[in-house]
Design a protein around this ligand. Structure first.
Ligand SMILES: [Cu+2]
Length: 460
C-alpha cells in the first residue's frame, strides 16, 4: 500500500499483494489506525481513478478487490481517541479510531462491507444518504436484525450516486453516537460530471460533540444539550490539523454534522458556494456566494472556493461557545463588577482564591491555571501574535504560493508582507477621559453600570 502519514510516522500496514482464492473467501483484513494525525490521501491502487480526499485528523480505509467488488472491513470497537495531546477520551469507533475511517468509492462501484461488532452491545451501520436496497439501510429492528457482539454482518450495494455521505449506527443511537460512532463516505463521480468540479484539494470532516467532565475520560452519554467538547473529527483546536492549499487551488471542504445542534461553519478571507449536500450535487442555478454555511443536525454540506488569498485564514464554527474547551458551567459573568478589596479579604480564608473575567475572559487564554488531569483547557492555542483564546471547532486554511501539488504539510505561520498587519496607532493618543456618548440622564464623564434587571442605576 502506498500510504504515508505526513505529520508522524504511524503507518497502517496493509497487505495488498495478490491474494489467493481461499483468502478471498475469508474475511478481508481490517486495518487499524493508531494515530490521530491526518493521513495522506489514499491514492486508489485499483478500480477507477479519482482524486482522493484528505480526512482531517483521520484516514481512508483500504479495501481489497474481489472479483470486481470493493470489499471493506469495519470493526466497531471501543477506542481511545487523542482529542488533543494529553487529552484522551474513551470512545466507541471503528478500526482503532473515532471517527472511523473514511470510505471512498466511485459511482457505480459494487461495494461489500463486512462489519464486525466488538462492542459490548449490539449495533448496526446505517449508510446515510445512500440509494440502496431497503434491507441494506442498517436500521436495527426495521430493516435488519441487530449485529450481536462478536458477530460479523455483510452489507452489499452499488454506490449509485456521487456525493458526500456518512455512516453511523442505527442502534442505541443516543449512546453510540454520543460515544463517537461515525465516519465519512465519499462516492467520487465515475467520469466528468456537470455539477462536480475537479478540485486540487478535497478535505472532509465530521462535527462531533461530547460531554466529558473535567478530569474524566468517558463521555456522559445521557446528555442532550449541555456538551463541552466541540470537535472537528473528534479533535479540538489547536490539535486540529490545518487545511493546506496552494494559492489558486480550487478547494472542496465536506462537513457533516452528527452533534445535537447546528453549526454555522465560517471561513475567513474567501467566499464559497455550497456545491453539494448529502442529497447530491447542488444545481448551479441554486448556488450563491457565502462565507458561513449552517450545517444542521444530520446534514452534510460540501463547499468550494478558490484559495486565492495567501494567509492563515480561520475556519470555525461561528457559535462562540463551540470554539471553547471544557469549562465549569456555573461561571458567572463578572464583566463590569468591581472586586477591588474583595479578593484580599477572601484570600485570608482561601489563599488560592482568584477572580476571573472582570474585564472579559481574554486573560484566561494566557493563564496557566491548574487543571484536573486529562482536561483540555477552555481557551488555548498560540499564534505568532499571542494566545488565540480558542479551544474547540476551530482550525485554519493555510494558503501559500507555490506549494507542491502533493504537499500537505503544515507550512508554519504566515509571513505577512511588510505593512499588512493591523498595528497600534502611534499618533496623538485619544483622550481617555473625554465623554464618548452620554446615556440619557447621565452627566458626561460619569460612568455608570446599568443593572440588567430592576431598572435602577447603580453608581460605581
Ligand atoms: Cu458550533
Amino acid at each position: 500500500m502506498n500510504r504515508r502519514n505526513f505529520f508522524s510516522g504511524a503507518a497502517t500496514a496493509v497487505a495488498a499483494a495478490s491474494v489467493g482464492r481461499a483468502a478471498l473467501a475469508a474475511l478481508p483484513e481490517a486495518p487499524s489506525q493508531s494515530s490521530a494525525n491526518t493521513a495522506a490521501p489514499l491514492a486508489p491502487p485499483n478500480g477507477r481513478p479519482y482524486r482522493p480526499v484528505v480526512t482531517l485528523n483521520g484516514w481512508t480505509l483500504p479495501w481489497r478487490m474481489n472479483a470486481g467488488v470493493k470489499e471493506f472491513h469495519l470493526v466497531a470497537e471501543p477506542v481511545v481517541r487523542e482529542v488533543a495531546p494529553g487529552f484522551f477520551v474513551n470512545l466507541w469507533g471503528y478500526n482503532g479510531q473515532s471517527p472511523g475511517p473514511t470510505i471512498e468509492v466511485v459511482e457505480g462501484d459494487r461495494v461489500r462491507l463486512f462489519v464486525t461488532n466488538r462492542l459490548p452491545e449490539h449495533t448496526t451501520v446505517h449508510w446515510h444518504g445512500q440509494r440502496l436496497p431497503n434491507g441494506m439501510d442498517g436500521v436495527g429492528g426495521l430493516t435488519q436484525p441487530h449485529i450481536p457482539p462478536g458477530k460479523t454482518f455483510v452489507y452489499e450495494f452499488e454506490a449509485r450516486r456521487p456525493g458526500t455521505f456518512m455512516y453511523h449506527p442505527h442502534a442505541d443511537e443516543m449512546v453510540q453516537m454520543a460515544m463517537g460512532m461515525m465516519g465519512l463516505w465519499i462516492t467520487h463521480p465515475k467520469g466528468r460530471h456537470p455539477l462536480i468540479a475537479d478540485v486540487q484539494r478535497d478535505y472532509a470532516f465530521l462535527l462531533a460533540a461530547y460531554d466529558v467532565e473535567p478530569g474524566a475520560m468517558t463521555p456522559r452519554v445521557n446528555e442532550m444539550t449541555d456538551f463541552n467538547i466541540w470537535t472537528f473529527n473528534s479533535r479540538v483546536f489547536p490539535a486540529i490539523d490545518p487545511l493546506v492549499a496552494r494559492q489558486g487551488d480550487r478547494v472542496r471542504i465536506r462537513v457533516g454534522n452528527l452533534t445535537m445542534t447546528n453549526h454555522p461553519i465560517h471561513l475567513h478571507g474567501h467566499e464559497f458556494e455550497v456545491t453539494g449536500t448529502d442529497g447530491g450535487p447542488v444545481p448551479k442555478s441554486a448556488r450563491w456566494p457565502e462565507v458561513t454555511t449552517d450545517v444542521a443536525v444530520g446534514q452534510m454540506r460540501q463547499v468550494e472556493l478558490i484559495a486565492d488569498e495567501p494567509g492563515d485564514w480561520a475556519l470555525h464554527c461561528h457559535k462562540s461557545h463551540h470554539t471553547m474547551g471544557a469549562m465549569g458551567h456555573g461561571v458567572p459573568t463578572m464583566i463590569g463588577v468591581d472586586h477591588r478589596g474583595l479578593v484580599g479579604k477572601i484570600q485570608k480564608i482561601v489563599p488560592d482564591y482568584m477572580v476571573m473575567g472582570e474585564r472579559g475572559m481574554a486573560d484566561m487564554g494566557a493563564m496557566e491555571m491548574p487543571l484536573p488531569d486529562n482536561t483540555h483547557p477552555m481557551m488555548t492555542g498560540t499564534g505568532p501574535f499571542g494566545p488565540l483564546e480558542m479551544g474547540g471547532m476551530f482550525t485554519t486554511l493555510k494558503v501559500r504560493k507555490g506549494l507542491g501539488a502533493d504537499d500537505w504539510r503544515d507550512p508554519g505561520d504566515f509571513q505577512h508582507p511588510p505593512g499588512t498587519v493591523a498595528r497600534e496607532w502611534t499618533g496623538a493618543p485619544a483622550d481617555a477621559a473625554a465623554p464618548r456618548q452620554a446615556l440619557p440622564g447621565q452627566a458626561p464623564g460619569a460612568p455608570r453600570v446599568r443593572k440588567p434587571e430592576g431598572g435602577h442605576h447603580n453608581h460605581h
